[in-house]
Design a binder for this molecule. Structure first.
Ligand code: C5P
Length: 247
């Protein structure tokens, strides 16, 4: 595999959104070699726990544990240690948990020395301006997301989850951050956005500065999932090339 193919593979994450490990094995296992990272979310982890992480690791992939932690600093710090011990490579937490929570989580992730990278969630894409106003946040979602990202960065968190619409702004504000983008659709499949509000292609996301694109249903539900993964990797490779040589 060429360096470019390797880089594209590493930048593609499959969201294993399944209700059970049996179900995950059925459709995600044949795809594991087509992606660099497997994302285990709340649905699967709540049912199967550490066995889900062990399964994904047994396939030789990096594991993205999408637990969106948000609690008092000590509890989150200890959960970070637990995730690190499971061998997860990425773990999400809410930037809105505050500076102390973020600092302790980041320090613990580094201290464990197992290579766990934290990814901060800023504003959930399911929230709009009126939702924020209703919970007492007067800022727009974009301004709030940027403010929370800066807070998390100052606390030592180096990774962020952001939509395709935000990735360019975040890349501009935080040049060294590791950026992860869900809501990505294969080229030509933008209409099949499912319940995602704003979708981008993998090429657009990566060209704008995303380091890892997360794709679920477009791979799970594809008639030929392997071909879909190949097409996504080609899109990512094109995005990486555009980033190296902006036209
Ligand atoms: O199936 P689809 O490609 O839409 O899956 C996207 C994955 O990314 C899901 O696991 C979803 O929970 C997650 N995600 C998202 N939008 C966000 C954050 C996470 O779709 N803003």
């Amino acid at each position: 595999m060429s360096d470019a193919d390797q880089a594209a593979l590493a930048a593609l994450c499959l969201a294993v959104d399944a209700p059970s490990l049996d179900e995950a094995r059925r459709w995600a296992e044949p795809l594991a070699g087509q992606v660099g990272v497997l994302k285990i979310g709340l649905e699967l982890f709540t049912r199967e726990g550490p066995a889900a992480v062990a399964w994904a690791r047994s396939l030789g992939r990096d594991v993205f544990l999408d637990l969106k932690l948000h609690d008092i600093p000590q509890t989150v710090e200890r959960a970070v240690a637990s995730a690190s011990a499971l061998g997860a490579r990425f773990l999400t937490l809410h930037a809105s948990g505050g500076a102390a929570m973020l600092e302790r989580a980041a320090r613990r992730a580094r201290g464990e020395g197992a290579g766990l990278r934290l990814l901060a969630i800023t504003v959930l894409t399911s929230l709009d301006g009126s939702d924020l106003a209703a919970i007492g946040v007067p800022r727009s979602p974009g301004d709030h997301a940027l403010a929370l990202a800066r807070l998390a960065r100052e606390a030592g968190v180096e990774g962020f989850v952001c939509s395709g619409a935000e990735v360019g702004a975040l890349r501009g504000a935080l040049p060294d951050a590791f950026l992860v983008t869900p809501g990505v659709r294969p080229r030509g499949a933008r209409d099949a956005a499912d319940d995602q509000r704003r979708v981008v292609t993998a090429e657009e996301a990566v060209a704008a500065g995303s380091d890892l694109v997360v794709v679920g249903r477009p791979l799970r539900d594809a008639l030929d999932p392997e071909a879909a993964a190949r097409a996504l990797r080609a899109d990512i490779a094109a995005g990486l090339a555009r980033r190296r040589c902006p036209s």
